[in-house]
Write a protein that binds this ligand. Structure first.
Ligand SMILES: [Fe+2]
Ligand SMILES: [Fe+2]
Length: 301
């Protein structure tokens, strides 16, 4: 039988406890219900765009010019399907991670962190149900990120130090959030898509605040060696997450037409990921996150 470790897994102070206590109260006051969060009976208007065209992965490259307006429209829906798949994939893993910490550390966890990890897990399960219902309603394919840089990181979650688990969660969900919001929160976006990402954001704001606060506290007290180890772990993960959000190489396997970039065309994939347009868009999209990553010495360099 595994005996719970007694070491305190997070830095803590009264201020952090108070802050996390406000997140707990806020979540308990209002949290998402799958049935009522969206007007499901209205359905999804697939003739409308689910995202801004200029946020299409290949926009601004010669590959965009090769597509007809109908093909571009189809591509935008598939990209949205990939974005939702990525949320589902992450969010069905997070309860395992956070409830795993609770089982591993039990009462060695501070009460506020213990409580919020339970709430966090519950919210991610509800989000996963909402996303899955949307995918079914929209008849969208699950497009996995087969080359995910985080795959090996997740292989043995029982050995992940808690603060690494929190930082990993933060990096992936914050980047995915910034992307989803920037793609969809505009007048003219397909309404159910727009509202779904907005409602998701209301709860993710708290998750992001939780992760940031714990990581800042860790970095503030970690030794120089520990900070170097932390940066060395997360810099490549951040870079991989940004790359993956910018372009998923498997997209062409889901189009009804011949997609101009093959899944193994490394040169074209790098060209798209590093296109002038994507560099410009990503700079704006991830500005807030990059600023914070630099503060905790995990910015992509
Ligand atoms: Fe979520
Ligand atoms: Fe979340």
């Amino acid at each position: 039988m595994q005996v719970a470790q007694q070491t305190v897994p997070f830095q803590f102070s009264t201020a952090i406890g108070k802050f996390i206590g406000t997140l707990v109260n806020s979540s308990n006051r209002s949290s998402m219900e799958v049935d009522s969060v969206l007007p499901w009976s209205k359905g999804i208007e697939k003739s409308m765009a689910p995202k801004r065209a200029e946020h299409c992965w290949i926009y601004g490259t010669k590959y965009w010019d090769m597509l007809t307006p109908e093909q571009r429209h189809e591509l935008m829906w598939l990209e949205t399907g990939r974005d939702i798949t990525a949320f589902i994939k992450l969010e069905r893993f997070l309860p395992v991670l956070y409830v795993g910490f609770i089982n591993r550390y039990r009462n060695a966890l501070f009460k506020e962190i213990y409580d919020y990890m339970l709430i966090f897990s519950k919210e991610e399960i509800v989000h996963t149900m909402m996303f899955r219902r949307f995918m079914k309603l929209g008849n969208l394919p699950f497009i996995q990120d087969a080359e995910s840089p985080s795959k090996s990181f997740l292989e043995d979650i029982s050995s992940i130090p808690p603060i690494y688990g929190v930082m990993f969660t933060l990096v992936v969900e914050w980047a995915a959030e910034l992307n989803a919001l920037m793609c969809t929160q505009y007048e003219g976006c397909e309404p159910l898509t727009k509202k779904m990402f907005y409602e998701h954001h209301l709860e993710e704001v708290r998750h992001i605040a939780f992760g940031k606060r714990l990581v800042e506290s860790y970095i503030g007290q970690a030794s120089s060696d520990d900070r170097i180890k932390f940066s060395a772990t997360f810099r490549p993960i951040v870079e991989g997450v940004y790359n993956e959000i910018t372009y998923n190489r498997l997209i062409g396997q889901f189009t009804s037409f011949n997609f101009p970039i093959g899944p193994d065309d490394r040169e074209a994939i790098a060209e798209v990921r590093n296109s002038e347009h994507n560099q410009k868009i990503n700079k704006i999209k991830f500005k807030e996150m990059n600023k914070w990553l630099a503060e905790v010495e995990c910015d992509v360099i």
